[in-house]
Design a protein around this ligand. Structure first.
Ligand code: ACM
Ligand code: ZN
Length: 509
């Protein structure tokens, strides 16, 4: 990585974005594109601040931006709208080379997001980024009018939250004995993958209460809601390795630590054990106290039921709760935690499999298997989800999985597989296949940065950008998207802004 690429600039400092934008005579380049814009000709030279007016009736997060020769006026009905107007202004700002005055092209913009959920998932379990790097992600999200940081904090490979009453989570579950050697693909189903591991201790890496409060405040300043994810009942191996008594067969976990390979692990939470349910209640209660957002993600993906089938406690739960079989245990647990979160004023969101079975409509789905479930995996299609009355966040892996290859001619980084080109990401339509009358259930969409094969922030940025720009346009501009050719032309310039801000943005090919 070149030293120049390591220069950083945050939201509060727009200088680097502005420098790269100052391409004489260029049409204003805004990403994501505003839904309505007319360029009226001429320019505004400004030394002061824009006039900001609160006007009822402008949609939530929306704004009107009027640039005339006499000055700049921002109108919005809420603070988020005014913030996004400033994000747009930062992109169109140029500097007079001599006087250094700010110069804007005269234009009128009426803009508002098509979708209210415009997200980015960061996987801090497989690779721990830490506060400063996650803040950096939030800076870049804000510049692209993205408003949900889905923070994947617990998984088989690491637990990243200190939880009062469970000290082993921070001490034991945040440390991995080894990770995959770069270029290898160890998988939990392999008989012996030890030669594929680097045997370097990874951790302890976790966030304290003070860290989380700092991050929540940082997000709020950028109109970002953090959606913490606590995986249950699967993907909990890191926690079980510290507290084996929470698993169906504790002896299987004794002496173990977080997994060093990736895949779908069969040892999951013992849903028949009241102590295991209480553990998750304690965790989620604390999470609700730390994170003020309206939704909490409770995972729910890739949970095998083989241990439940053989576990006396789980089978006793099946009987006592009047369930048909262990297949009903996950919906039983989901119903429990929907109620638990509702009592704390929150809605649960979970990966699409968690909607299988008897799950109330209040459960929000996060649809990732759309476009193909993979052999042997049951899931509900987006249409089935919304027909059942669930709200849905779309993150189809066909368009939104940024750990998939981007199809570049020359790419130094490792991907998990698959392919999501920039054009494919741009074609993301959260409402695809959903009839008009059910579209209100589609809350929006997000790009997912799973980090099994991401080793640092440069690697992350390369995978995120420019594809996250395409996703931002899908969820902000939505059905008013000007098309891929227009986007590509704007991105040629916008990429220069990102590079000038030190972002390791992949090329536009
Ligand atoms: C997922 O990619 N397992 C949600
Ligand atoms: Zn069990």
């Amino acid at each position: 990585m070149k030293e120049s690429n390591k220069a950083r600039c945050g939201v509060a400092s727009f200088a680097c974005a502005a420098i790269a934008a100052s391409i004489a005579g260029a049409a204003p380049v805004i990403v994501p594109a505003p839904r309505e814009m007319s360029v009226t000709g001429g320019e505004c030279r400004m030394s002061g601040e824009p006039k900001v007016e609160t006007v009822a009736g402008i949609p939530p997060e929306g704004y009107e931006l009027s640039v005339t020769k006499d000055g700049v006026t921002i109108r919005s009905s809420d603070a988020a709208g005014a913030f996004y107007a400033r994000m747009t202004l930062a992109q169109i700002e140029q500097r007079d080379a001599k006087t250094k005055a700010k110069v804007y092209p005269c234009l009128e913009i009426r803009d508002a997001p098509q979708y209210k959920w415009r997200g980015v998932l960061i996987d801090d379990c497989r690779h721990f980024f830490g506060k400063e790097k996650v803040k950096r992600v939030m800076d870049l999200m804000a510049r692209h009018k993205l408003n949900r940081l889905h923070w994947h904090l617990t998984d088989d490979q690491g637990w990243r939250l200190d939880i009062p009453g469970y000290p082993e989570l921070a001490r034991h579950s945040s440390v991995r004995a080894a990770s995959a050697k770069h270029g290898t693909r160890p998988h939990v189903n392999m008989k012996d993958y030890s030669s594929l591991l680097n045997w370097e201790k990874y951790g302890p890496y976790f966030y304290t209460e003070a860290d989380i409060r700092e991050m929540v405040a940082y997000a709020a300043e950028r109109h970002i809601t953090i959606v913490p994810e606590i995986e249950l009942p699967g993907h909990v191996y890191a926690a079980l390795s510290a507290y084996p008594e929470l698993a169906c067969f504790p002896e299987r976990l004794k002496g173990k630590g977080p997994l060093c390979a990736w895949g779908i692990e069969k040892d999951v939470l013992c849903v028949g054990n009241d102590k295991a349910v209480k553990f998750m209640e304690d965790v989620l209660d604390y999470v609700c106290r730390l994170f003020p957002g309206d939704t909490i993600h409770i995972g729910g993906d890739e949970c095998p039921q083989v241990r439940w089938k053989d576990c006396p406690k789980c089978q006793a739960r099946v009987k006592a709760a009047g369930l048909r079989s262990e297949q009903d245990l996950q919906p039983w647990l989901t119903r429990h935690f929907l109620q638990f979160l509702a009592a704390r004023g929150r809605r649960a969101v979970g990966w699409d499999e968690y909607l299988l079975g008897d799950v109330p409509q209040s459960a929000i789905g996060m649809s990732w298997r759309a476009g193909g479930g993979g052999a042997g995996h049951k899931f509900l299609t987006p249409l089935e989800c919304v027909k059942r009355g669930h709200d849905l966040v779309m993150t189809p892996r066909t368009h939104c999985y940024l750990d998939y290859g981007q199809g570049l001619a020359d790419d130094p980084y490792q991907y998990i597989g698959g392919r999501v080109t920039l054009e494919k990401a741009y074609s993301f339509d959260p409402c695809e296949g959903i009839p008009q009358e059910l579209r209100a259930h589609i809350l929006g969409g997000q790009g997912n940065n799973w980090s099994e094969y991401t080793w640092n922030e440069y690697d992350l940025e390369w995978k995120m950008w420019p594809r996250t720009c395409a996703i931002a346009e899908a969820v902000w501009t939505g059905d008013k998207k000007p098309g891929f050719a227009d986007f590509k032309a704007r991105m040629a310039q916008h990429r220069r802004r990102l590079l000038a801000s030190g972002v390791n943005c992949a090329p536009i090919e």
